[in-house]
Write a protein that binds this ligand. Sequence first.
Ligand SMILES: [Zn+2]
Length: 271
Amino acid sequence: MADFSGKIGPAAVPLGDRGMGAAALVPAGLRRHENRVLASLPQPDLALLSRHLHVVSLAPGAVLQHQDLPLEHVYFPHDGLISLLAMTPNGETVEAASVGRAGAVCPVLKSDVRDAFLTAVAQSAMRVSRITTAHLQIAQRESEALNLAMRRSRETLLLQLRQNMVCGGLHPVEQRLSRWLLEAADRLESDVQPILATQEQVAQRLGVRRTTVTLLASKLQEAGAIRWGRSRVEILDRSRLESIACSCYAGLRERTRALAPADAATKSIAG
Ligand SMILES: [Zn+2]
């Protein structure tokens, strides 16, 4: 159908031959890390990675990895959102998971890390730390803390995949849209910071028509729950959105809370 909007579209910015966009490479060093998975590591474990970890600036729409194509890097966002998309052979997409600074874009299947399981796209201009999968694997052999952190990151992605599958099959778009907005704000770790997304992009994430999102966005705006400018959404009334969202929102939040990375300093104080 002509206006089915489930494609990455022309906004997608392919990265260069080594998976890097118009990006400045900066050594990440040993400072306290902006990504919370890396920040959760004890310093000796983070030191195993730091020589191979580089900070990369991404343009909006930058494609970090392509489904079924070779996987070269693992990414740790410092800010913003990375959308993980499942794609049809025609390029139609639906969001399988998303990752903010509390997570990592990492192999979903432990048994097969050669090819990307999903396509990863930067939702906005953002910074990430990246490391080659080979260097990460070497470090994982020496660090139980890193192993645990990567396993939790992977489990968080799998829980999202499961929830999104059941949600997409069973729940009305209005509930799914409210849930998407709440989870985006949660992964940005802010209700004040706007979510940078057009209605077209969110339609692609949910696998529905743009006109459906426009209609439902108007309803949410009239209810005072959100304000949606051309490419930014502000959450005005979180409790209103929570009352509209399906039970998947609270269920997934509860399920993933135990997997969230804790700060290494906090852990050492807590023993
Ligand atoms: Zn749902």
